[in-house]
Each structure stands twice: as C-alpha cells, then as structure tokens.
Design a protein around this ligand. Structure first.
Ligand code: PLP
Length: 492
C-alpha cells in the first residue's frame, strides 16, 4: 500500500456538466418514460451524483483498486486465514458459461454437470478428511460450525439426551466457535490450554464430569500452530462421556494428504474452501464452509443432498431427520467450481506437497526469527503457522505487536495476524502458505529482523508507523463502525 505519488490528493473530481455518455441516440421504439413507469411522485428532479467523464471514472476506480492490498499484489502472511495464491485457472473454470450462467431453478435434467461437480467435490472432501459424507451448503467456516452444532443437537435429541446442553471449547479457539455454540443454544464451557499450548487432559476430564456435554470443539492443528498430539485420547475421552467431537478445520492446510481428522476420531468438521482450497477471500465475499460428518451424523445433513443413480444425478429433499436448509438453493456454487478445479489440478500428490511446503515455510520463518522474537511455545516444530510474541519488544522499547504489524506495511508487506490467539501475549501469527518463494520469504524475514533492530534502537519509528501509506493510524473501531461512504458533492 505504498503511496502513489501520481495519484491526485483531491478526491473530488466531479465538475458540473461533465458527462461520460452524451451521445446516446434517441430511442426509436415505444417505451415508457421513468415517470410513467414509477409515478412522477417517486422521481427526484435532481440527484447529487458525481458528474464525471469516462476517463475520470476509469482513473477513480483504478486508483481505488490500487489502494487495496491483495494476494495478487504481495505477501499476505495473515495467520489463520491461509491467504494463499488463488490460481487463475480456477477463475477460468468458474467463468465457463455452462457454470456461470446457470439458474438455480433450472430443471435438474439441464444441470447434470453442475450436480456431478457438487457430488464429486463432496466425495473428494470426504476422502481428504476421512469421514462419511459432506455438504457444501454453508457459506463460511463459522456457518459450518453453526450447522455442525445444529446436527449435534439433533443427534442428541433423537437419542433422548436433551440434557446435553454444554459445549467445551479451549481458550485458544477462534471466537466463532463459542459464538456458534451459543447461537445454537448451548452453554459454553471454556478450558485453558496446558503449558505446551495443547488441550489439558486433566481439565478436559473435569469438564466432562457433569454428564451434560454435547460436544467438544477443537482446532487441529490448533491456533498456536501446534498439532494436538493427544488427539486420539481427547476424542476417546469425549466419546466415553457421550459427547461428540467437532474439528474446526480452518487449519486443514497443514494436513492435506498427511493425516485425516476422521482417522483421529473426530465426528464432524468444517473445511474453509476459501482458505485451504484457494478460492478468493477477504472482504466478506462468498466462501464455502463445507461440513463433513461420520456415519452417526449423516442422517442430519441439510437438504437437498445430491444423489447419483446410474449415470444421472438428482436432488433429494426427502429426509425427515435433516436439520433443514442452511442456505438458499445449494450454497455458493461457483466457489465449489473453483475448489474442485484446485483439487483436481493439484491431484493427490500436489495436495500433499502443498501442505508439506506450507509446513516447511512456516518452520523456516520460525527458525530464522527465533533469535529476534520470542517463540510462543517451545515445541520442536510448528505446523503451517509460526506464532511469536512481541513481549520482548514491548519490554525493551515499548513496541507492541500492533506497532510491528504497522511497520511491516512500510516494508511493503501485509501485516500478520496480531493479538490472536488470545492466550499468547502480544501475539504475532505468521502463516506464509506454500505458494510463496524462498526469495519472498527471505525478504519478509529481513524486514522482520530490521524491525526488531529498530524496536531496540529507534523505537519511535516503529511506534508511529506506517509512514508510507496514504493514511497512517486510524481509530480502528470508528473506522469499522462509522464508515464514511456517502458521496457528498463539493460543487452544485
Ligand atoms: C477462519 C477461521 C474460522 C472461521 O471461518 P470463516 O470462513 O471466516 O467463517 C474459524 N476458525 C478458525 C481457526 C479460523 O481460522
């Protein structure tokens, strides 16, 4: 987001009378005027719209797009978010008219290819995670969590276990986990992690004693970047107490082709197709939080499901145990096309090496920066994210994780995630992903080392960063809550 010096600093380009399209021909077919169509009382004589030429419009939007940092513009190590490169071939397939121009109400005989793609992608995801069945309906990971909790509730209800009203969630979890459980009507019981950053089995056993536990929600690898090595025992303990185990699969990019949540003992999980399977995300666009289940939860999957008989595919709405629909029609279909393209273009070997390289890149960063920043947990290796603490910088120069993140912008990088997970003080969570070259990662490491030196020698420059962006520090709460998006004309 470096300052573009040729960009005009005056935002207002409107001038009275300026037009982009003056030359529309007279209409030569019968038509209704706007006042006939809408009623004159609904029309305004004048609207305070910007008056600009075509070139003004093109430059305005081009400049705006350049202010937006993106994975196509540079390194984006935002931990937990898996900001990997989105291959352009995914866009080609998602743009094929046979997919892009479908209408969701078309008769199913005319959308056999789309149904086949959904069916195949579901099977691929089911195999990748080692479970029994998958749905693509949820729009995001958090939406998948909610669907999973609805299915957990339906499962216990059918068994008459309606007293199971509690969901256990470790303190390292993403905030969406407790929100999803609570939204579903469950009580959330937090347990703290042990000194190694993993699930504390003693605390877990205590939390299970009540007999009211419906489920445990666990992220693996967890949000401090570590693999839960006791995971099989954790699942056995929860099952023995009559509960189910949910895997927050946002960190699946660490495990493709290496290990499977289904084999570890999880009953249900979500994938973030927009993270692990490279569909574009950020800024609230459409995603997909596919949910996979073991046989015990399959009856509760949302309707419709896609079924295959012989060579043809059909929607099946006929399932009285289903929790119902969680999305209009069938989810974000073109996201599914992108993820399917990604999985098929990498293949089994490619997926596995994607995860292997994600792990190598994160461990390389962790090893090279360990001298300059405190590593959050002293495990021999991390998974696909390296979590540091800026506690040393805070102590020595009153420089905080936020300051380091802001300063990285001056070096041309998107900041890492900071202040998450909450259990790491001054957390800096770096996820390089597999798609970055060693050159890019080395340049990032050099920037982090420079900033560590600045934090010691000239801390003021870090505390007041960024210095090269169009605007510097915003009131981040007000910037979100009080968006100033309305156009107010300067000239009337
Ligand atoms: C991203 C993320 C989620 C939520 O996923 P969305 O698709 O953003 O709703 C949940 N848990 C973890 C650990 C995540 O990183």
């Amino acid at each position: 987001m470096s300052k573009n010096t040729t960009e005009p600093l005056i935002f207002e380009v409107s001038r009275p009378g300026r037009r982009a399209a003056n030359l529309l021909p007279e209409c030569d077919v019968p038509y209704q005027s706007p006042s006939e169509l809408l009623g004159a009382e609904n029309l305004r004589e004048t609207l305070p719209l910007p008056e600009v030429s075509e070139l003004d419009v093109v430059r305005h939007f081009t400049h705006l797009s350049q202010r937006n940092y993106s994975i196509d513009a540079g390194f984006y190590p935002l931990g937990s978010c898996t900001m990997k490169y989105n291959p352009k071939v995914n866009e080609r397939t998602a743009g094929l008219p046979g997919f892009a121009s479908l209408h969701p109400l078309q008769p199913q005989e005319t959308v056999q290819g789309a149904l086949e793609l959904i069916y195949e992608l579901q099977n691929l995801l089911t195999e990748i995670c080692g479970m029994k069945a998958t749905t693509l309906q949820p729009s995001a990971g958090a939406h998948g969590e909610l669907l999973a909790m609805m299915m957990v509730q339906a499962y216990h209800a059918e068994r008459g276990d309606t007293h199971r009203n509690t969901v256990i969630i470790p303190d390292s979890a993403h905030g969406t986990n407790p929100a999803s459980a609570a939204r579903c009507g469950f009580k959330v019981k937090g347990i703290s992690s042990n000194s190694k950053g993993c699930t504390d089995l003693v605390q877990l056993a205590k939390a299970l004693e009540s007999g009211n536990v419906a489920a445990l929600m666990l992220t693996n690898p967890n949000t401090v970047g570590l693999f839960e090595s006791d995971i099989q025992q954790v699942c056995e303990m929860v099952h023995a107490a009559g509960g189910l185990v949910y895997c927050d699969g946002a960190n699946m990019n660490a495990m493709l082709g290496l290990t499977r949540p289904g084999d570890m003992g999880f009953d249900v999980m979500h994938f973030n197709l927009h993270k692990t399977f490279s569909t574009p995300h950020g800024g609230g666009g459409p995603g997909c939080g596919a949910v996979s289940v073991q046989a015990n939860l399959e009856p509760y999957l949302p309707i419709p499901t896609v079924e295959k008989s012989g060579d043809s595919f059909r929607w099946n709405f006929d399932n009285s145990k289903s929790v119902g629909k969680v999305h209009s029609f069938y989810g974000a279909f073109l996201i599914a096309v992108r993820a399917y393209t990604y999985i098929r273009s990498l293949g089994k070997e490619g997926l596995r090496s994607a995860s292997e390289n994600a792990l190598i890149n994160a461990n390389y960063i962790r090893a090279r920066l360990a001298e300059y920043y405190d590593v959050a947990y002293n495990a021999p290796i991390c998974m696909h994210e390296a979590v540091f603490s800026a506690s040393r910088q805070k102590r020595e120069g009153d420089v905080r994780a936020l300051d380091i993140s802001k300063r990285l912008m001056d070096y041309g990088f998107h900041p890492p995630t900071n202040y998450f997970p909450l259990i790491v003080p001054e957390a800096l969570m770096i996820e390089p992903t597999e798609t970055e070259s060693k050159q890019t990662i080395d340049t990032f490491i050099e920037a982090m080392i420079s900033i560590a030196k600045e934090a010691k020698e000239t801390p003021e420059i870090v505390r007041t960063a960024p210095h090269t962006t169009l605007v510097s520090r915003l009131d981040e709460t007000m910037a979100v809550k009080n968006l100033d998006l309305r156009y107010e004309p300067l000239f009337r």
